[in-house]
Design a protein around this ligand. Structure first.
Ligand SMILES: C[S@@+](CC[C@H](N)C(=O)[O-])C[C@H]1O[C@@H](n2cnc3c(N)ncnc32)[C@H](O)[C@@H]1O
Length: 305
């Protein structure tokens, strides 16, 4: 298999040398699992680009546009102490209803999954828990599947599952995930998760980086409780102090996420928190460095009926 990660870093080096140097330094502690997962998914991504008559340079330019947006959002966040959008309708107008913006943003996120160590740590945490349940799962639902990386890995780990459901509110996201993952086992649903009426419960529900996209994350966590029922578990992740063009709900620290999880009637089985810069927790908190928080949750026992 080709070394797509290295190829992308080499190309990035030409377009943005200082950013690339930082990425290389940040990624240097990650081992072969990281390269193998990255190259497996990025090979599929390149194949998808090729079918669209595009190439990796397109993906890299999208990634750099996303980084540019992030820089602006961070300046505004430092000044205002809040995300630049606070309602779903604002983000709908600004991002979801603008295919060009949503497209470069989502392509940028594909590369970020492997170029940002905290994103890889999130995937690693997900895989660690999915491996523990693999072979025993009957059904899988993914909310806000985005680029399709998580459902792709879930399909590889859980061949026993006959159907994977993936819901996303954005046509651009569904086009991308369908194009990269390309499997008949996945049923793609274009809808807002709040409009999804479950016909049954799911043994595993994945919801990576969606909580911060909604106005009422408590309602979304309650929805997860209904979707997993008493026997299922869910992987949930959300960033803290992480301004982006499509983020609405600001989590100031992980305790706020834990409290919402508990208020929704869920309990945390395990969690992982990784700051996006190599700084202590204290400094990350003081300087509002974006932090990745992920948890495996289930319904609290007293909610079990
Ligand atoms: C940041 S991406 C996350 C991608 C992927 N799940 C991950 O963990 O990296 C957020 C995705 O959630 C989708 N999304 C946002 N709000 C949603 C909602 N209310 N219902 C369904 N999908 C939603 C967006 O369209 C986007 O594809």
């Amino acid at each position: 298999m080709g070394n797509y990660l290295e190829l992308i870093l080499d190309k990035l080096d030409k377009k943005s040398p200082s950013h690339c140097a930082k990425l290389r330094q940040n990624l240097s502690y990650l081992g072969e699992d990281h390269s193998a997962l990255a190259n497996g998914f990025l090979a599929r991504y390149e194949n998808y680009l090729f079918k669209q008559k595009l190439n990796l340079d397109f993906g890299i330019d999208c990634y750099l546009r996303m980084i540019g947006d992030m820089g602006q959002e961070r300046i505004s966040f430092a000044r205002e102490g809040r995300y630049s959008s606070s309602s779903f309708s604002e983000v709908e107008k600004r991002v979801y209803c603008r295919p060009e913006v949503m497209t470069y943003h989502m392509h940028g996120l594909v590369l970020a999954q492997f170029l940002w160590f905290e994103q890889y740590e999130r995937l690693d945490f997900f895989l660690h828990h999915l491996k523990q349940s693999a072979g025993k799962l009957g059904s899988y639902l993914e909310i806000g599947g985005g680029h399709g990386l998580y459902v792709y890995e879930a399909m590889k780990l859980c061949p026993e599952i006959r159907q994977f459901d993936l819901i996303d509110i954005s046509k651009c996201s569904l086009k991308l995930s369908r194009g990269i993952v390309d499997s008949r086992k996945i049923h793609f649903h274009l809808m807002n998760i709040f409009d999804f009426t479950e016909e049954h419960t799911y043994s595993f529900v994945t919801m990576g980086e969606v909580l911060e996209h909604v106005e009422d994350p408590l309602a979304l966590l309650k929805k997860i409780g209904c979707l997993i029922g008493k026997d299922g578990i869910s992987f949930v992740s959300a960033p803290i102090n992480a301004p982006m063009i499509d983020h609405i709900y600001l989590f100031n620290n992980e305790q706020e996420i834990r409290e919402l999880i508990s208020q929704a009637g869920l309990t945390i089985l395990d969690e992982r928190k990784v700051a996006s810069e190599r700084v202590s927790d204290k400094l990350a908190d003081k300087f509002k460095v974006p932090v990745m928080y992920a948890a495996i949750v289930k319904l609290k026992d007293n909610n079990n009926g």
